[in-house]
Design a protein around this ligand. Structure first.
Ligand code: PMP
Length: 389
């Protein structure tokens, strides 16, 4: 008999499973349930993008691509970063095509963290940053953001979290699960704190195309002094509704990108070839699709926000991504109990805020990448649930 407790890497054993999982397990036995739980677009990838993937197969493009990704795709990514954010990245030395934004995050954290290095992570936020840091023997330092600041990271909060061991600041905006964004002046305040330090910024901008205010998304790499210390992680999953294609990319300083490429080379070889051809099409001809989906999400966002407020749930107005983060303290339940009871009683899934780290308790995440009919039905069930408690 083999003893797996000594075979398995201790760091992996110590990582807790994602707090979201439990709800999907319950959901599996409820075929008629409505789920506002999953964080992915409900649209099918636009046809012309799917067709580009199909055409690549018809042409027989079934081999590996260069490790960094197809040259044409890297050129398109570089052009996109320039036209959208006025950022210049050399497609041959500063861009890597990855297997989703997820791989990009893994690469940059593994490539930089030494044992004991501290990684500052504003929370509530996406679930992977802490576990990925711990698996590299880093120490996640969670900084709780506040609803009264619309879940932005403030300069004061950042200052208080920095120690001589701080190596990385993860900047997860637009934010999953809160929908919070950071505008130019917010980012300038962060840049001022970082000036003169040796702290690298990992900016997860996977929701950059999904903002709903007057100002389009600003990347922290655009703020003076930040380009050289920032790795931007982005991808196609959310903007083009391409989660299953597993297409992402990272852009950053040459010194880092060359090293990250080695990890990618040995661990992955190259991102899926068919998906890369689809991604070229998305970058070249996908702007209108993004605009149409964004407008649709925006309508749902307003609808759900109105609905929450009408039934008496406090909710700050999220300006990014496709999540609402209403406060459920008035029900007297904690977020896990709320979601479990609500799912069992009303067959509707939302995710407890506590799954997204410190500061998430008292809130739940509802993803509005769902049809208006489902959102309307969700509001009915929610109102009923709250009234009859
Ligand atoms: N970052 C954030 C904030 C996310 O919400 C997600 C997906 N839920 C990812 C990264 C990873 O996305 P993907 O690997 O599909 O690009």
């Amino acid at each position: 008999m083999i003893d797996y407790s000594s075979v398995l890497n201790r760091r992996i054993q110590d990582v807790p499973p994602s707090g979201i999982r439990k709800f999907f397990d319950i959901l599996e036995d409820m075929p008629d349930a409505i789920s506002l739980g999953i964080g992915e677009p409900d649209f099918i990838t636009p046809w012309h993008i799917r067709n580009a993937g199909i055409r690549s197969l018809e042409k027989g493009y079934t081999k590996y691509t260069p490790n960094r990704g197809l040259s044409e795709l890297r050129r398109q990514i570089s052009r996109y970063m320039q036209r959208r954010f006025h950022l210049s990245y050399d497609p041959d030395e500063q861009v890597v095509v990855t297997v989703g934004g997820s791989e990009g995050l893994d690469l940059v954290l593994r490539c930089t963290i030494e044992p004991g290095d501290e990684v500052i992570i504003p929370t509530p936020s996406f679930v992977c940053y802490g576990p990925l840091s711990s698996m590299s023997l880093g120490t996640p330092v969670y900084v709780e953001t506040k609803v009264e600041n619309e879940f932005r990271l403030t300069a004061e909060e950042l200052k208080a979290a920095i120690t001589p061991r701080t190596k990385i600041l993860v900047l997860p905006y637009p934010c999953n699960p809160t929908g919070g964004i950071m505008g130019r002046s917010d980012l300038e305040a962060i840049a001022e704190v970082l000036e003169g330090t040796n702290i690298l910024v990992v900016s997860d901008e996977i929701y950059a195309e999904l903002t709903y205010g007057d100002e389009p998304h600003v990347s922290i790499a655009q703020i003076p002094g930040m380009y050289d210390r920032t790795v931007v992680v982005n991808g196609f999953s959310k903007a083009y509704s391409m989660t299953g294609w597993r297409m992402g990319y990272l852009c950053g300083p040459r010194e880092l990108v060359g090293q990250m490429l080695k990890l990618h080379q040995y661990g992955i070889m190259s991102a899926p070839t068919m998906s890369q051809y689809a991604a070229i099409e998305a970058m070249q001809y996908g702007d209108e699709d993004i605009a149409a989906m964004r407008a649709e999400y925006d309508g749902r966002r307003r609808f759900l926000l109105d609905g929450f407020r009408t039934i008496g749930l406090e909710c700050f107005e999220p300006k990014g991504a496709f999540y609402m983060f209403p406060c459920i303290r008035s029900t007297g339940l904690d977020s896990d109990a709320f979601c479990t009871e609500f799912l069992k009683a009303k067959e509707l899934a939302v995710i407890p805020g506590s799954a997204f780290g410190p500061g998430g308790e008292g809130f739940v995440r509802a993803c509005y990448a769902a049809s208006i009919q489902d959102l309307a039905e969700a509001l009915n069930r929610l109102e009923d649930f709250i009234k009859h408690r």
